[in-house]
Design a binder for this molecule. Structure first.
Ligand code: NAP
Length: 295
């Protein structure tokens, strides 16, 4: 069994990006600038955004955090989005999800200019991705693909079972892995809460991507020997014995499943850090495309 070490690979990617940023500085060029919009004080969102901003600083990007109160109106948020679209200094930005209930998430994501949509959530980018065109690929599936590529996991012709069909993980990874190319060319089955007998599917899988958010969902008796397991799930489980009051776990019964797996991602330290690294990669791409557009 080999661990797919997302922390190690994400650090490599960040180092590679930092070298490119140094070269930009030496050439006297503008460095990439990522902005993040956060509405409210959701604990997990604060952690994610904080970590994205810190990562920007570490690799030499400029970053701007726009933190708005929980009761921000949809109109005010849409105005912020319009400002970011118009601000030539910002290469890319994200609107941290989830948004408070009184704001229409889809309306906000639709308002993000596709050229600055480094989360890859705008329909223009999603459509281009599905059609093999140049786009921004959502950071989590992009991170999974990069992890598979860097460990040279053989995916060609392999049966991949994806659990979960969300727009940000399950659906895009099922599209990407079924496309032509490296870490792809797989035969993909997309499963969800209405799928009958998931175990019969996972038992046939050479590769499983689990993205449902249910701790211990994937157990050892649901997988075959030598399976490759990508655990995307992140759940905060309350635990008063820990200083922060919770621990993080994935969807997979890691200790038991690892005994049967050929490769497996840990949680934490697997897909999570890759997601941040690929957001930075998308921001670098946004900077390069922005520069070409202005040339
Ligand atoms: P989501 O939007 O809640 O979607 C969950 C998906 O799982 C849905 O398609 C749902 O089916 C399916 N599902 C739920 N219970 C199921 C069950 N018992 N059997 C089969 N399918 C089931 O979640 P998401 O945004 O994709 O996130 C999934 C997990 O990944 C969460 O734990 C999240 O925190 C984590 N995540 C991690 C990262 C990272 O960077 N590592 C990034 C994003 C998300 P239906 O469609 O039928 O409801």
């Amino acid at each position: 069994m080999k661990i797919l070490d997302g922390r190690k690979v994400s650090n490599q990617i960040k180092e590679e990006i930092a070298i490119e940023v140094d070269q930009m500085k030496e050439r006297g060029e503008k460095v990439p600038h990522l902005a993040a919009v956060l509405v409210g004080n959701d604990g997990a969102s604060l952690t994610y955004v904080g970590s994205k901003v810190r990562s920007c600083k570490k690799i030499g990007f400029e970053s701007t955090l726009i933190h708005l109160p929980e009761d921000t109106s949809e109109e005010t948020l849409l105005q912020q989005v319009a400002n970011l679209n118009a601000n030539d200094d910002i290469d890319g930005y994200i609107v941290q999800l989830p948004l408070p209930k009184h704001i229409d998430e889809q309306k906000v994501l639709m308002a993000v200019h596709p050229d600055k949509d480094v989360d890859g959530f705008h329909p223009t980018n999603f459509g281009k991705m599905a059609l093999d065109m140049e786009s921004f690929i959502p950071a989590t599936p992009f991170g999974i693909m990069e992890l598979l590529r860097r460990y040279e996991v053989d995916t060609e012709g392999k049966h991949t079972v994806v659990i979960g069909r969300s727009h940000i993980v399950g659906r895009p990874i099922s599209i990407l892995m079924s496309q032509k190319g490296k870490a792809a060319n797989a035969t993909v089955t997309l499963t969800h809460s209405r799928t009958k007998d998931i175990k019969s599917m996972t038992l046939q899988a050479d590769i499983i991507v689990s993205a449902l958010g249910v701790p211990n969902f994937l157990k050892a008796d649901m997988v075959k020997k030598d399976v490759v397991v990508i655990d995307v799930g992140i759940t905060r489980v309350p635990d008063e014995t820990r200083e922060r009051g919770y621990y993080i776990t994935g969807d997979v019964d890691f200790e038991a499943v690892k005994e049967k797996a050929s490769y497996i991602t840990p949680v934490p330290g697997g897909v999570g850090p890759m997601t941040i690294a690929m957001l930075l990669k998308n921001t670098l791409l946004a900077r390069e495309r922005h520069k070409q557009k202005n040339a």
